[in-house]
Write a protein that binds this ligand. Structure first.
Ligand SMILES: NC(=O)c1ccc[n+]([C@@H]2O[C@H](COP(=O)([O-])OP(=O)(O)OC[C@H]3O[C@@H](n4cnc5c(N)ncnc54)[C@H](OP(=O)(O)O)[C@@H]3O)[C@@H](O)[C@H]2O)c1
Length: 264
């Protein structure tokens, strides 16, 4: 039987793939045989991640300097990937930023920055790879959302808007591009231990206790927790799955019920 989860011969671009969840996903896809393009801004961090993946998984890895808030940078980065590997089969829209404070304190510049990286960048990356995927006879796009795709959060209103819109973008792209055999899905992480949330833990005392008490599996997630979901959504195993959102959250979205009625 064909190995549904095999990614040998495929090429994936992972934005923000040099650390955190993106690196976990890059490791996962590489472990299934996929060649990897890490697209991010910090060149040292990207070079270290690329070296690590090459050594551990023996696949081809290219680091490209890409700022997803800039259209020209996305175009140049995708062109570089194509000149190196000749194609793009998988796109993971993972790059994300956040600023945390009260809604009334946000500036226009802060709104634009968060939206441009998290949402517009994902759209522009998808638009850029679409003709390549179409020419290849299909492809896979994985958008990284958040629990704020489902719930509001008082001190991250702009981030939450961007992540809620990621789900809408996922549905629309999926519907538009079924004709081209491109499946578009979203992963919604719960609370994951990365640089992004380490700063939140510093800024918000009590966050650690909140996450541990509210998450039914009683731990923070790790980048490695995304490997299975990413391989599934990047591989033939998910060919009849599109416009879907997959929570990787340790049950967080159901947490209130679990905590309320827990007997242990
Ligand atoms: N950690 C969580 O609990 C959590 C929960 C829900 C959703 N998420 C989402 O998961 C994704 C990854 O987050 P993370 O927790 O792994 O955070 P992280 O460790 O801070 O990683 C963010 C990545 O995005 C890249 N990035 C930021 N701005 C960029 C830009 N303009 N262009 C290209 N790349 C850019 C960064 O690389 P450079 O700085 O080198 O560019 C970095 O690799 C984000 O979309 C985040 O919103 C995280």
């Amino acid at each position: 039987m064909k190995d549904l989860f095999n990614l040998e011969g495929k090429v994936a671009i992972i934005t923000g793939g040099n650390g955190g969840i993106g690196k976990g996903i890059a490791d996962g896809l590489a472990s299934a045989g996929c060649d990897i393009v890490i697209a991010a801004r910090n060149e040292d961090k990207t070079a270290r991640a690329a070296q690590d993946i090459k050594e551990r998984f023996g696949v081809r890895v290219l680091g490209v300097n890409m700022d997803v808030s800039r259209e020209d940078s996305i175009q140049a980065g995708v062109a570089r990937a194509v000149s190196e590997f000749g194609k793009v089969n998988i796109l993971v829209n993972n790059a994300g930023v956040n600023i945390r404070h009260q809604p009334e304190e946000y500036t226009v510049e802060e709104w634009d920055w968060i939206m441009n990286v998290n949402l517009r960048g994902a759209f522009l990356c998808a638009r850029e790879v679409y003709p390549l995927m179409k020419a290849a006879g299909g492809g896979k796009i994985i958008n990284i959302g958040s629990m704020t795709s489902l719930f509001g959060l008082a001190k991250v209103p702009v981030y939450a808007c961007s992540k809620a819109a990621m789900v809408s973008l996922t549905s629309s792209l999926a519907l538009a591009w079924t004709k081209d055999n491109i499946q578009v899905n979203a992963i919604l992480p719960g609370w994951i231990d990365t640089d992004l949330t380490r700063s939140a833990r510093r800024d918000f005392p009590g966050l650690d206790e909140f996450v541990l008490s509210r998450t039914p599996v009683r731990r923070w997630g790790t980048p490695e927790d995304f490997i299975g979901a990413a391989i599934f959504l990047a591989s033939d195993a998910s060919n009849y799955v599109t416009a879907e959102t997959l929570r990787v959250d340790g049950g967080f979205a159901q947490g209130t019920n679990t905590i309320t009625f827990a007997v242990d």
